[in-house]
Design a protein around this ligand. Sequence first.
Ligand code: ATP
Ligand code: MG
Length: 435
Amino acid sequence: MALLTKAPRGTQDILPSGIDTVRFIEDIAKNVAESFGYSEIRTPVFEHTELFQRSVGETTDVVQKEMYTFTDNGNRSITLRPEGTAGVIRAYLEHGLFNEPAPQRLYYVTSCYRYEKPQAGRLREFHQFGIECVGAGTPAADAEIICVAKTILDDLELKNIRLELNSIGCPDCRKNYQAAIREYFGSYTDTLCETCNGRLEKNPMRILDCKSPVCSKIAENAPKVTDFLCDDCREHFEDLQALLKANNIEFSVNPNIVRGLDYYTRTVFEFVSDEIGAQGTVCGGGRYDGLVCELGGNPTPAAGFGMGIERIKLLLDEQHPNLVPAIVPDIYIGSTKGKPEELAFLTAMKLRAEGLVVITDTVGRSIKAQMKYANKIGAKLVSIFGDSEIENNKFNVKNMETGEEKSVNYEKFADLVLKITDDMVMESISATDLF
Ligand code: ATP
Ligand code: MG
């Protein structure tokens, strides 16, 4: 029975009591991205497994351990997307977006799937808001995507988030670096975790990303990638830092940030909070100049980020617990059976068309029980339609906050309700210190 009443491990329901915060986050993120000229793109929840093997990288945790992969009835290997970028770049190639003016500025809100050890801020189904700027290779493009993320976090009024920046160079300068850290970590094979020992040959930079305390301690003194950058990569990194400084965006250079996915080149960055436990990275991104080519397109520089909506929500709940009000009914129109019920329904439809939230009785409660219910759901106004109201053409509207009641004939009913709700909105605006 538990299988029928318990969601799979690592998944989460978002109940009505939590949905406003999620929508608030998504709306702000979308508005900010659109103000930078980004357009929404939607891609499928599942793709061919090869797409993620190729783009995310064979030696990453994501591909080796975390993917939800299955064979469909047509004998294809299918994977639920573990991240958003691969699908977007696949769509960019499939639909010839490279023929459109560059760069293509794209954003998405998607669910992602990774078989991870669930804990606060780490789920098996989670959601990302992400952007990709495809076809721009300058430090200005990097600065732009960092500004998008920073503006979203600022507009959400989130505090104490630091920006950590690094450059992991191009494949050329990375060759020397790989050799240097292979040598460094090579003298710790007895202490490194089993996974990191495995990484030593194939992809030693991954060790810098290991979450085990022992490995991250050893990583602290590893050679720094920033000491191995070629002239072009160093200049790119310096120009980006100058642009961020000119925009008053604070950051620190953290040479141990390498990101969990293989496709990154040059700029990588993370926005990190210390207020939501160990999973403090709320946004991660960077430049991935090799990806389009890797998937069969012409060499095309690109950069982007993914923001974890659940982690942002944890932080928002922590810093602004009462930020977003739940939907409150403007009016409850109760009624007795027959003609009054018909009129209540009709009136409700009319008021909804005017933009109000209106609720009527759908369970056949007594009038007393309807009043109680209206009170419980926090309706701002209540009106009860009965035979005598219709007979006398006299309808009551009660303000549940003040207890004040007004009555009018039916022809004026909608106008009265609209006027009272308007006045209430004006009052609540002047009660805040907006003016
Ligand atoms: P981490 O180091 O925390 O595992 P990552 O490097 O795997 O993160 P990315 O692939 O860059 O993460 O994803 C971008 C963002 O998505 C992360 O910064 C984080 O906010 C969020 N995220 C990643 N994995 C999860 C998860 N399992 N549950 C919830 N959010 C996640
Ligand atoms: Mg991860």
